[in-house]
Every structure is written in C-alpha cells, then in structure tokens.
Design a protein around this ligand. Structure first.
Ligand SMILES: C[S@@+](CC[C@H](N)C(=O)[O-])C[C@H]1O[C@@H](n2cnc3c(N)ncnc32)[C@H](O)[C@@H]1O
Length: 321
C-alpha cells in the first residue's frame, strides 16, 4: 500500500484518550487507520468504531487493520451522523471520541481524487464520491461574487476577488477540468510571492477554500461537537485535531461554551450563552507537534490538538441540550 498517512500527535492523543481496555471508543476519521490501530491495540473486549466518509479510505483502513478482525466496527458515513449511527448500533455512550480533521496523505497524493496542486488530476475534491457537487461544479458554476466569498471565508485568500474574476473570465474560453488548470490560473493572477513565503504554492488557499466548500467541512462543526459530548459517558473524552485556524476557532469556542463560559461577550444580563458546564477542558492551550515530529512529518506542522472531559452538568441557566 502506497502513500500511507503518518498519524499526527500519536503520543499526546493516546495519553489524553486514557484508554481503558474494556471501554468504548470511536475514531471518527479513520484515514489510513493509524490512530484506530493504536486504540485497537489497547483494547481487550471493548468497542471500537471507526468512521470515514470516503469509502476508498475506509477500505484501505479495513485492509490494513484486518488482523484486528471484528474488534473494529468500520462505518462508512459522515461523522456528523454519529448520534444516528450509535442509535442504530444500540450504543448509548462512548468513553472516548477522536476526530482528526482534514484529508489524508493518500487522498492528497492520489491525483484522481483532485485534491493535489502538484499532481494533475480531475478537479474533484469530494471526500465522499457519492456527493453531488465536485470542485469543478463550483468553479464552473458559481458567480464571481460567490467564488470570492468562498476564497475569502474558507481560504483567507487576500486576492480572492482577483482570482474569482479571472476564473469567470477564463470560463468563457472553456470550463475548468483539471487541478493543474486552476493551479496555473492562481499562480498567474497572484502577485509574485515574497522570498520568505517561497515553498507555499500560490494556489494553496484557493485549493483549501474549495475543498472546505465542496465537503462542507465547517458546516455544523460546533453543533457536532455538542452532539458528540451528549454521547460521552461521564469521564469520557473528546479529542479534536485541526489543521487550520478556521476549524480551530470553531472547536475552541464550542469547548468554551460547553465548559460553561460566555462566548458572546455581551454584558452578563444580556448574555445568551447557556452557561451550563458539561466538560472540563484538558488542554488549556492546544497541543502542537514538537520539532522532531515536524521534521519527520512536515504535514503535521499546523496540527493542533484540543481535548475535553465530560463531567456532571452544573450551572445556572437553561437546559442542557
Ligand atoms: C487526516 S485524515 C485521518 C488520518 C488518520 N487519523 C490516520 O491515522 O490515518 C482525515 C480522514 O477523515 C475523513 N473525514 C474528514 N471529514 C470527515 C467527516 N465529516 N466524516 C467522516 N470522515 C471524515 C477523511 O476522508 C480522511 O480520510
């Protein structure tokens, strides 16, 4: 098997999950199964559910981890459907949930999946190829304004307008089909990159933005965290690894809200936060990879791990959702 994903932050993940061999765990982003395997190694008779919305990724993980037999229950679904899947499996609560967001090395480097700036392939970017809209549909179908909003919001791209207008202009002579066509356009219309930023391809933010939009990666991410916390047993842990500031901000704020803190920053009598504490935050600051890990696996460089522990609810106002 080629292009195996190197799991990030393995030691802190295992320490914070604090696995007890007879308990129940879910790895919601199987990828190549690196974290799933480490959890499975530590279980004796417990339950391990491993999700991925990408059937090819899930099949690779299943093949790699076949030695564990039916100790791992693989689920092809979006992790946002966790509550329904647990209901179907008649699992009431979990003791640990891991979410390692983003895409795997296999997805990134397989040209046909269309995530890669460097390896030319169809402009696809769907994690789940059963989804209707691919990156080509967005690039060829949206207005310049809509594209600009996506590039600005999901890519934090300074030259969003310039790129979007160039995309719409270029469509007049033919629709976009490949990743190389889009990468070349971003390189052409963006100002030359200053020397200190060399090494980052000019299309990086455009590709990140489209990937997030195609897969609706940020949609309901905060709500999902609350639903995952609903399903944790007391003392159970939720760990989330993010790879860019947009995701990390959503996770951080949701954890603060669920820890009973105000995140609306209005005066106390106007605060709309529920102020019910359901978790303890275990990572005051996010855990990041050390120099050795980044040297061995440069893809880990922007990883941030946040972890919380479910506690008995306490607080003054509202109901626990
Ligand atoms: C960074 S990789 C995970 C790598 C994995 N931890 C390992 O050790 O190999 C992220 C994986 O999560 C999957 N994924 C991303 N968002 C998902 C979602 N909403 N539901 C299910 N799977 C998702 C992707 O398809 C990808 O395979």
């Amino acid at each position: 098997m080629e292009n195996i994903h190197i799991p990030v932050l393995m030691d802190p993940v295992m320490e914070l999950l604090d696995i007890r061999p007879e308990h129940s765990y879910a790895d919601l982003t199987a990828g190549d199964g690196g974290h799933t395997a480490e959890i499975a190694e530590r279980l004796k008779g417990g339950l391990l559910i491993s999700f991925d919305r990408d059937i090819s990724a899930l099949e690779r993980a299943q093949a790699r981890l076949s030695a564990f037999g039916d100790r791992i229950k693989f689920v092809h679904d979006n992790f946002k459907n966790l509550p329904a899947v647990l209901d179907r499996m008649e699992v009431t609560s979990l003791d640990g949930i891991l979410v390692d967001l983003g895409i795997s090395r296999y997805q990134l480097t397989t040209a046909e999946r269309g995530f890669s700036i460097m390896n030319d392939g169809p402009l696809d970017m769907r994690m789940d190829r059963g989804q209707k809209k691919s990156a080509a549909d967005l690039v060829n179908g949206l207005s310049a304004k809509e594209l600009e909003t996506i590039l600005k919001e999901y890519g934090e791209e300074r030259f969003a307008r310039r790129i979007s207008e160039a995309i719409v202009d270029r469509r007049r002579s033919g629709l976009f089909k490949t990743t190389a066509e889009l990468a070349q356009l971003a390189s052409r219309v963006k100002p030359k990159i200053p020397a200190y930023k060399k090494g980052i391809h000019p299309a990086t933010q455009t590709f990140q933005a489209l990937r997030i939009a195609v897969n609706r990666e940020l949609e309901d991410l905060g709500v999902f965290c609350s639903k995952a916390i609903d399903r944790l047993a007391e003392g159970g842990r939720l760990l989330v690894i993010t790879f860019h500031s947009l995701e990390d901000r959503i996770i951080k704020r949701r954890f603060q809200l669920e820890a009973g803190r105000c995140i609306c920053f209005r005066p106390a009598d106007m605060c709309t936060c529920h102020r019910i504490k359901r978790i303890d935050i275990l990572t005051k600051k996010p855990i990041i990879p050390d120099e050795d890990e980044v040297r061995n696996n440069p893809a880990a460089r922007s990883a941030k791990l946040r972890a919380v522990k479910r506690v008995k609810p306490s607080g003054k106002r509202g109901e626990v959702r």
